[in-house]
Design a protein around this ligand. Structure first.
Ligand SMILES: Cc1cc2nc3c(=O)[nH]c(=O)nc-3n(C[C@H](O)[C@H](O)[C@H](O)COP(=O)(O)OP(=O)(O)OC[C@H]3O[C@@H](n4cnc5c(N)ncnc54)[C@H](O)[C@@H]3O)c2cc1C
Length: 325
């Protein structure tokens, strides 16, 4: 490994100033991507600027919606009960990202700035309509996360810009979300495919009790969906995001449109899964072939939507519909 100069600024302004005065420099947060790339000689910066001393990047603010600083670690997110309750898909992602050791140091900002199509936190952030708040020499700007990724390893960040935080709006009542990471094995693995969904449904108290009983007792997803149709639950708003199906994590916007305003049914979920699969352009890779990824999108969209609904109907349950698949 080549030697490099190491800098430890204490503020965002100082970090930007150092970066703007240097050539061939790189920001480093937890270092779990940067150090691997250094060792593999994929990058060879002469200067590393650590962000770890910048405490203002470590905030989690839940006052109005959710703001998460770029330096917040996956473990910090995992432990946050507010995020787990209201932005559950994000906890689904961080709880299975890497190993405990990785989660202790790796940051959400690093996961997104590294811009891997498989980045586990990307799909959850996309379904929560996250905006990336960016600071550079020209001042502060906000970029919709949809526009942030340009391709594998590429983002809209300019050389001297720092990702400060992600800002997400407050969610409506009766909203649930889920992220399903499809891997070969349960322990430390990158996803073959990742699907996140968020759904808001119309739900009154009586209907909630009946649906709760359904979700507790019935033995298969298809049967639950058939019975839920009788309740006339309507999808008011939905988001679907997919990872490892294109050069960057994407929203399945046509599938979202197909869901909005409709009564939930097995036919609808199957149609939505088909549409989401048609919006993906996966490729063959060492982890899975394109045709397999397309088929699994149909399955995982249905499952993630089911899990999102389950979280609305049975908010205090820890046993999710995974027991049925
Ligand atoms: C063993 C192992 C297992 C892993 N498993 C997973 C997994 O299951 N899922 C997954 O998604 N990833 C996984 N990763 C990848 C990695 O851990 C994550 O992407 C992690 O979140 C990166 O965060 P970091 O803080 O370590 O980033 P760093 O390595 O410090 O930085 C990554 C990139 O982001 C830039 N950067 C970081 N912060 C900022 C900022 N605030 N502003 C501007 N630029 C910034 C850096 O310059 C660099 O280009 C794994 C890595 C390892 C080594």
């Amino acid at each position: 490994m080549r030697s490099f100069e190491y800098y430890k600024p204490n503020s965002i302004e100082e970090a930007i100033k150092i970066m703007s005065g240097l050539d061939n420099a790189k920001f480093i947060a937890g270092g779990t991507d940067v150090m691997v790339q250094l060792r593999q000689k994929k990058i060879s910066p002469q200067h590393l600027i650590s962000l770890r001393n910048i405490s203002e990047l470590r905030n989690i603010d839940t006052k109005d919606g959710l703001k998460i600083g770029s330096l917040v670690t996956h473990d910090d997110i995992d432990k946050n009960e507010y995020i787990k309750k209201y932005y559950s898909a994000l906890t689904d992602a961080t709880s299975r990202l890497g190993s405990k050791q990785i989660r202790n140091v790796a940051t959400i900002g690093g996961n997104i700035c590294n811009a891997a199509p498989s980045a586990d936190t990307a799909c959850p952030l996309l379904i929560f309509d996250a905006k990336a708040v960016i600071i550079g020499t020209k001042g502060e700007r906000e970029v919709d996360l949809n526009e942030f990724f340009l391709g594998p390893g590429k983002t809209v960040l300019e050389k001297d810009e720092i990702l400060k935080e992600f800002s997400m709006p407050r969610l409506k009542e009766n909203t649930g979300s889920a992220y399903i990471k499809h891997t070969r094995r349960e322990a430390m693995d990158l996803p073959i495919l990742g699907v996140a969904t968020r759904i808001t449904i119309s739900l009154d108290k009586d209907s909630q009790i009946r649906c709760r009983d359904l979700l507790c007792t019935i033995d298969s997803i298809s049967n639950i969906l058939m019975q839920l149709k009788d309740e006339g639950l309507k999808c008011e708003e939905a988001r679907i995001a997919m990872g490892v199906v294109a050069p960057k994590p994407i929203r399945a916007k046509k599938a979202e449109e197909a869901l909005a305003g409709k009564i939930i049914s097995i036919e609808l979920f199957e149609e939505v899964g088909e549409i989401a699969a048609s919006e993906a352009q996966p490729r063959d890779s060492i982890r899975g072939e394109a045709w397999y990824r397309k088929e699994m999108i149909k399955v995982l969209v249905k499952r993630a939507l089911m899990k999102s609904i389950d979280r609305i109907v049975r908010p205090d349950e820890e046993i999710y519909p995974e027991r049925l698949w």
